[in-house]
Design a protein around this ligand. Structure first.
Ligand code: ADP
Ligand code: MG
Ligand code: ZN
Length: 481
């Protein structure tokens, strides 16, 4: 049989972090008492009327611009009819043939080459409520929580441009990063503010016609996306190898069993009986307003990475790791306000700081060491006030106490001794106490010097400047007796 290649397209739902819902004034806060954030509109009471939230449109435009999408100057809202108990209107207000955001793209780096994943569209829609399954004395129950009903979502749909499960994960990571930079969503998959459905088909490698796809739902981590796609490639390969046909359907990823299972045959667009919502006017999007939103976009990850490499001289790897976590890159740039050596600073942030944060299970936003204090510590090291080894010890102390480096250095009397006058006395003392080592060195055993340096370091509890001790010892030893 001919070799097959996977073809993947993703549909991503992102919850927009507005204060209120898409069509009513209810709060969108996560984790509130069930059904405490509801009103007749988001409960779907007949006769209630939706009013569009301008902030949600602004956030959707902002995300769309960050994804290089064309923003429609006019669009509309449509009803998508289906029955589900957590959606009491029996239709969802979404956008069908006129999405707010049109074609866009995200560029990835795959095996050192640029790979463009096209965005087909991104549209605004309302979220449904949530079913909570549990059991009571009377038996198993399913309860409905409508707090999430009406929360604004941006649904981002890619073209089928993704070629492997790993690439799908890379794309999602990058997409999440870009959206997080815009600040319109926190994109927390575990809280459901980022959700992903994955579509996949196979076709003979090198051909262009699309095969029959399946859509996988219930993916609640990036890892799940990758594993489910890998499983589905294997399953579809077997189906095709057996001479059978893949059935177009929606499949559910069973996280425990690590398999996908058929849920229902895929509905077609016409099954939803889309029609324009008569309660909402078409939306005219002022292009001047769009440009004002564009002006509020922050520097996005790709541009920031380029700047880190070109202006700060960071390696591709360091720049990539830094920008991949906006909070870490922000912290790093804050350190640079106090300390100028960009490469030294990157090592400290990525090795020492991230190491301790990982060990303590802390996010950088909860880091006990402020960026200013880390910067000041590095300045002390650069000036030679403290040695590299001492800097690490002081840093650990800063991390556990939150104190600034100057205070720790002062209170512990920790500064490095770089005063030749002070060290000369100690050097003499050590030489007088170790005549055998002196004789050995003068007899040609260079190694004896190391021992003598160690003795001076010991006398100063490690605080002497080792280069200076070395130099002073050599001067004395190389003098004729
Ligand atoms: P539907 O109408 O079934 O929702 P869409 O055309 O809207 O299909 O596409 C939904 C998603 O599925 C998109 O991300 C798209 O890229 C992807 N997709 C469409 N056809 C295929 C295919 N044959 N194989 C893999 N992915 C596909
Ligand atoms: Mg679809
Ligand atoms: Zn409401």
């Amino acid at each position: 049989m001919q070799e097959l290649e996977p073809v993947i397209g993703l549909e991503i739902h992102v919850e927009l972090m507005t204060k209120t819902k898409l069509f009513c004034g209810c709060s969108v806060g996560f984790g509130a008492e069930p059904n405490s954030q509801t009103c007749p509109v988001c409960l779907g009471h007949p006769g209630s009327l939706p009013v569009l939230n301008k902030q949600a449109v602004e956030y959707a435009v902002k995300a769309g611009l960050a994804l290089n999408c064309r923003i429609a100057s006019t669009c509309k809202f449509d009803r998508k009819q289906y029955f589900y108990p957590d959606m009491s209107k029996n239709y969802q207000i979404s956008q069908y043939d006129q999405p707010l955001c049109g074609e866009g793209y995200v560029d990835l780096e795959v095996d050192g080459k640029k790979k463009r994943i096209r965005i087909k569209r991104a549209h605004l829609e309302e979220d449904a409520g949530k079913l909570v399954h549990g059991s009571t004395a009377g038996g198993d129950v399913s309860l409905v929580d409508y707090n999430r009903s009406g929360v604004p979502l941006l649904e981002i749909v890619t073209e089928p441009d993704i070629s492997s499960p790993a690439e799908a994960r890379l794309f999602l990571t990058k997409l999440r990063n870009i959206i997080q930079y815009t600040g319109v969503s926190d994109c927390r998959m575990e809280e459901g503010s980022l959700r992903c459905d994955a579509n996949i088909s196979l076709r003979p490698r090198g051909t262009t016609e699309l095969g029959t796809k399946t859509e996988i739902k219930n993916l609640n981590s990036f890892r799940a996306v990758e594993r489910a796609l890998a499983y589905e490639i294997e399953r579809q390969t077997k189906v095709l190898a057996a001479g059978e046909r893949v059935i177009q359907e929606t499949r559910h990823w069973d996280e425990q069993a690590e398999v996908t299972r058929g849920m229902r045959s895929k509905e077609e667009a016409h099954d939803y009986r889309y029609f324009p919502d008569p309660n909402l006017l078409p939306l005219l999007v002022d292009q001047g307003w769009v440009e004002r939103i564009r002006a509020t976009l922050p520097e996005l990850p790709d541009a920031r990475k380029r700047r880190f490499m070109e202006e700060l001289g960071l390696s591709d790897y360091d720049a990539e790791v830094l920008v991949a976590a906006k909070d870490v890159a922000d912290y790093y740039e804050e350190v640079l306000k106090y300390y100028g050596d960009a490469k030294m600073a990157v090592n400290w942030v990525m090795v020492e700081l991230m190491g301790l944060l990982r060990k303590e299970g802390l996010e950088i936003t909860a880091c006990p060491v402020s960026a200013e204090n880390l910067g000041k510590l590095l300045v002390l090291q650069e000036k030679g006030t403290i040695s590299g080894k001492m800097a690490k010890d002081i840093f650990a102390e800063m991390f556990s106490t939150g104190q600034d480096p100057e205070t720790i250095v002062k209170e512990k009397g920790l500064s490095q001794i770089s005063d030749a006058g002070v060290l000369a006395g100690l050097v003499d003392k050590v030489l007088a106490a170790n005549p055998e080592s002196v004789a050995a060195y003068r007899g040609g055993k260079d190694r004896a010097l190391g021992y003598l340096v160690g003795q001076v370091m010991k006398e100063t509890r490690g605080q002497a400047n080792p280069q200076l001790v070395n130099q002073l010892l050599r001067e004395r030893l190389d003098q004729p007796e």
